[in-house]
Design a binder for this molecule. Structure first.
Ligand code: A4P
Ligand code: MG
Length: 278
């Protein structure tokens, strides 16, 4: 699919609330104006013209309403942050390729002499539970796996380490160490790919032949519930369900995702290294 970077604006949501540092602001309500910008890839929505391919404005407005009509806050910064967070909770669990939420909260009639209005803006990336496959069969393999997890942004946990027979590639390769990392990543899939490639470069990865021996290979297996299909990125990873060196560690972290039916298709000999501590 073609390159696309788009935004949806939901502007001038006008509501009254009891927010501010002054006692008077906590007692009598005053007007607030809220603007929301959602940024990401709007290609699919552009082509399909279907509401299911984008975020319904009504959801945005409801989240804004909950925060502005809810508990009193002292700061506009806190209001903008709460609103962005609660919109992101919906997006994190959705298939929509929206990667950041920007919220501006404006106090339309601030109780400060000579000031027309005050506002605060917060922009938060949408966090998505992401699974990265790690593989190494060249050099000090465990050092490369350890270095990778120290560098992966938003790293949460690592599966047990497996040793596996090489699948594909030239004959006579060493065995692999494989594992899967769970991370909470709050950028776009392209940014995730760039982070993975930067870490592979740190490991002095040399690309000589496809499936050839490598110090470190990082594959994006799953990126929340997103589906990506461009010339340089396919998510879920197209060979995810075919290989035991990915499925076994993924099943350790997320047994709910790796059903028996899925693992029947998988190939390759793997053994769990219970005693390996990085
Ligand atoms: N790319 C597309 N989608 C993705 C994605 N979801 N994650 C593109 C990461 N990259 C993705 O990758 C080639 C290109 O794939 C990237 O530039 C990116 O734009 P690469 O890492 O440079 O090349 P590669 O790894 O040699 O090829 P490929 O096709 O990615 O191979 P795999 O699937 O990574 O398999 N046997 C055992 N036992 N253990 C292993 O870890 N690994 C491989 C490599 C083969 N056999 C193995 C193991
Ligand atoms: Mg790869």
């Amino acid at each position: 699919m073609a390159y696309n970077k788009g935004s949806i604006f939901v502007n001038r949501i006008e509501l009254e609330g009891v927010h501010g540092l002054l006692e008077s602001e906590k007692v009598s309500s005053q007007p607030f104006r809220i603007d929301v910008e959602l940024s990401g890839d709007l290609n699919r929505a552009g082509q399909s013209d279907a509401l299911t391919d984008t975020l319904d404005y009504e959801i945005v407005v409801n989240k804004v309403r909950e925060v502005i009509l809810g508990e009193p806050h002292n700061l506009l910064e806190a209001l903008a942050y709460r609103i962005a967070k609660s919109i992101n909770e919906v997006l994190s669990d959705s298939k929509l390729p929206i990667y950041s939420t920007k919220v501006k909260v404006e106090k339309v009639k601030p109780p400060v002499a000579n000031v027309g209005s005050v506002s605060a803006v917060q922009e938060l990336g949408v966090p998505r539970l992401t699974y990265i496959g790690l593989g190494s069969n060249l050099g000090i393999r465990e050092q490369f796996i350890k270095g990778a997890i120290e560098r992966l942004p938003g790293f949460k946990r690592l599966s047990p380490i497996y040793e596996s027979e090489p699948l594909g590639g030239p004959k006579g390769q060493e065995k692999y160490l494989n594992a899967v990392a769970e991370i909470d990543f709050d950028g776009s899939p392209e940014e995730m790919l760039r982070s993975c490639q930067a870490i592979e470069n740190w490991a002095n990865r040399v690309r000589e032949e496809r499936n050839g021996p490598r110090t470190l290979d990082l594959d994006i297996l799953l990126f929340g519930k997103l589906e990506v299909n461009t010339d340089f990125l396919v998510i879920p990873h197209p060979r995810l369900w075919e290989r035991n060196f990915v499925l076994a560690p993924l099943a350790d972290l997320r047994p709910d995702l790796v059903t028996e039916q899925k693992s029947i298709m998988a190939r390759g000999t793997v053994s769990k290294l219970d005693n390996m501590i990085l």
